[in-house]
Each structure stands twice: as structure tokens, then as C-alpha cells.
Write a protein that binds this ligand. Structure first.
Ligand code: MLT
Length: 407
């Protein structure tokens, strides 16, 4: 008899964004004439940078020739892209990362979901609340949690991110082994200072723990004093893995390219207390289960670092940040409290009501889709997340409708 991985039965019925999509679909079926504006899932809407599409086309043409054709590439990614990343994303910020510590992949979602399989079943995991659902769900699937009760899984150390701590959680009171952090934060849009991040790095060093740092939204950091990478913090190379993505910074959500940084000093331990290189383990996993991102996509990603590519990506980020500013302005005018929107494309709004109720109200009264905060965890209840990813025209229209609906 074929039996299932019963840990899957502990999961909430469906993935948050699928759940929202279904509700929106039902609404559209019942209101076929109403135009819905989607400010829910953080999916970019603007065209890829021309520098990337030019490189993409050229690489496809190369593949059409006997000489330029390429079969399987290196699982870890082509050197041209890894070198461009090391220089532009890290060396330029004073963070020392070598190209062979960078693993190219098809998404930060996959990498943040897959990484947990390197670690033992009985580790203690600290996960912020609210949080990007992938971190938690993948650990549930792997059997690292007990039952779900009162909005939380037993066996997880939740790091409450609330308005009282400006959505930057305090260090856990009990020792933990694996810590998920995401800054600029999804969903709250909050940021962390170098000093605050240093306390996490020091904690990890003191406790032989490991930090999984999701920096998928670093491109939206406007304040130069804020860290874009955890490797800007002294001592992080031994205790942190970082996840990055071209999805939001260069419009690659549909093109798929991301990377994970695993420094060679980064270690985890066996039961006898011997240290092992996490870089070696991740490389082993990557080679076994992944065959690399396609050559044209990697060329398109490399072009992001050309002078033209950098200018176009900057323009993309500025475009979405102008949307974010308009959302913040609207919330100010309506007297709503919010976080984010200044160094992040997400605006986390305190709704003073159940977040699914708020979601339904915005959908029904304004035809605007947001993300209910409760979908990101218990501490998210009472909040909604509005994403700045859409056309400026649509954001203007959405804000007008929200003003009318909430006035
Ligand atoms: C989000 O809306 O939280 C993100 O778009 C989800 C993702 O990047 O997978």
C-alpha cells in the first residue's frame, strides 16, 4: 500500500496566494463587469530591462548555432554570472563573497524551501510571525512541527514581529538552531539596522546556530545606512546563508533566476559535534537535484549588471517606489497606521478589523486585491499588505477607490 507523508496533512488547506486567487476568481465570476486591481501577490508588471532582453535574444541565437550551442551547464551557474554578482552585489558593499560561493537557481522560493533538508529533523527552528509562508510550510512538510493549534504549530519558536518592536523581532529566549530572517521584510516592509542585524549574527555565533537571510527585496532599500546583505556584518560568513532574486529587482518573476550564497566558512554539526561545511552539502544537493538555469536566462541576468542594465533596474525600482509612496500618502490621508513602503515595495496596514474581513471589504467595495495579514501568521491578524507592484495608473485608480470605500 502506498502511504503518504502525513506531515502534509498538517498544512493549512492551500497555499496563501492560491487561496486569494480563488477568492478573486469567484468574485470575478459573480461580478463580471467589475475591473479588479491586483495589489496582492508581489508580482511585477513592467517589461524586462532592454539590456536583459537583448542579451536573452543574443543567447538564444547563439544556441541556434553549432558553435554557440550549449547543453547542460554547470549546476551552480555559469562563471560569468557568478562573477558579476560577486563584484556588483557584494564587493561593491564591502562584503567579501567569492563567485564559487554563489549558487544560481530558478528562484528564492525554491531555495528557501529546499535548504531545510540539509539539517536534521530535531533542530529547533525560529520563524518570524508574520512570515513568508514558504519557510514554515516546508518545515511542516519535512515533519519538523507538531500539531497546529490556535493559529500556530507546536514545535516552532515563533519570533513575534509587532508594532511594539517595529516589526523587528527580539532574539529568542530559548536556544534555537536555525533562524529565518527576511529584510526588507515580506510582508511587513520593515527594515533592520546593521546594529540590530549584528545582534543576530552574534547570537548565531554564540549558539552555533545558522541564519537563513532572505534578501529578495534588497534592491528597494533607499536608505544607504541600512544593510543590503548580511555579509556587511562582521562575522556573518560563518553563520549565515543569503537568498537573493532577480524577480523583483529586474522583473524576472516569469523569467526565473535567483541565487543563494553559502560562504565556505559556514558550518553545521553532526551529532558528535564535528563541524561540516554547509557549502559542500548544498553543492552536493544542488548537483544531485538541479541541472542549472538555462543559458539564455543566465545571460539575461548577467546583463542586469551592465551599465545599461543597472540604469534600467534602478528605473524599475523607482517606478514601484513611486507607487509605494502614493499608497503611503493615501493611508496617511485616511489616518491608517502602516509600516513599510519607504525601503520596501510592501505596505503593512493596520486595519482595526479581522484581516480577511478587511480583504473582503476592499475586494467588494473597491475591487482591489490586497493580502490579508493573517495569511502570514497569527501576528498578522488585523493587518493587510498592499503591494506596490502594478502600473502607476492602476495604483492611482486603486487608491481613489480605496479612499471612497474607506471614507
Ligand atoms: C509575495 O507576494 O509575498 C511574493 O510575491 C511571493 C513570492 O515571491 O513568492
Amino acid at each position: 500500500m502506498i502511504t503518504i507523508n502525513e506531515h502534509y496533512l498538517k498544512l493549512q488547506a492551500s497555499y496563501l496566494f492560491s487561496d486569494i486567487a480563488k477568492r478573486v476568481e469567484t468574485f470575478q465570476e459573480n461580478n463580471p463587469d467589475k475591473e479588479v486591481i491586483k495589489l496582492g501577490i508581489g508580482d511585477v508588471t513592467r517589461a524586462l530591462p532592454k539590456a536583459s532582453t537583448d542579451a536573452f535574444h543574443a543567447a538564444v541565437d547563439e544556441m541556434a548555432t553549432e558553435k554557440g550551442f550549449r547543453g547542460y551547464g554547470p549546476e551552480q551557474g555559469y562563471a560569468f554570472l557568478r562573477e558579476a554578482i560577486a563584484e556588483n552585489d557584494f564587493a561593491s558593499r564591502g562584503a567579501e563573497i567569492s563567485p564559487d560561493e554563489i549558487f544560481i537557481s530558478d528562484g528564492a522560493k525554491c531555495d528557501t524551501g529546499n535548504i531545510q533538508e540539509l539539517f536534521s529533523q530535531d533542530i529547533t527552528i525560529a520563524i518570524p510571525d508574520p512570515v513568508y509562508p514558504v519557510y514554515l510550510d516546508t518545515n511542516v512538510m519535512a515533519g519538523r512541527t507538531e500539531e497546529f493549534a490556535d493559529g500556530r504549530f507546536k514545535g516552532i519558536v515563533y519570533l513575534d514581529s509587532t508594532k511594539e518592536n517595529q516589526f523587528v523581532p527580539a532574539l529568542p529566549k530559548e536556544p534555537v538552531d536555525l533562524i529565518y530572517l527576511c529584510f526588507p521584510n515580506n510582508p511587513t516592509g520593515s527594515t533592520i539596522t546593521k546594529e540590530e542585524l549584528k545582534t543576530w549574527v552574534d547570537y548565531a555565533r554564540d549558539n552555533k546556530a545558522l541564519i537563513l537571510f532572505d534578501a529578495a527585496y534588497e534592491a528597494f532599500v533607499q536608505d544607504d545606512d541600512l544593510p543590503k546583505s548580511i555579509y556587511e556584518i562582521e562575522g556573518a560568513r560563518e553563520v549565515a546563508i543569503e537568498f537573493r532574486s532577480f524577480s523583483k529587482s529586474a522583473g524576472f518573476t516569469g523569467t526565473r533566476c535567483a541565487f543563494t550564497v553559502v560562504p565556505k566558512e559556514c558550518v553545521a554539526y553532526d551529532k558528535a559535534g564535528n563541524s561540516h561545511s554547509v557549502h559542500t552539502l548544498w553543492n552536493r544537493r544542488h548537483c544531485t537535484k538541479f541541472n542549472g538555469v538555462s543559458y539564455p536566462v543566465q545571460r539575461a541576468a548577467e546583463a542586469v549588471y551592465s551599465e545599461a542594465g543597472k540604469a534600467e533596474c534602478k528605473e524599475l525600482v523607482e517606478y514601484y517606489m513611486k507607487n509605494a509612496a502614493l499608497i503611503c500618502e493615501t493611508m496617511d490621508s485616511l489616518g491608517y497606521k502602516y509600516d513599510g513602503g519607504k525601503n520596501s515595495p510592501y505596505i503593512w496596514i493596520e486595519g482595526n478589523m479581522d484581516s480577511w474581513e478587511f480583504f473582503d471589504m476592499l475586494l467588494n467595495k473597491a475591487g482591489v486585491v490586497c493580502t490579508p495579514g493573517a495569511g502570514f501568521g497569527k501576528c498578522g491578524n488585523g493587518y493587510i499588505r498592499i503591494s506596490a507592484f502594478n502600473s502607476y495608473e492602476n495604483v492611482v485608480k486603486a487608491m481613489e477607490r480605496i479612499k471612497e470605500a474607506l471614507a
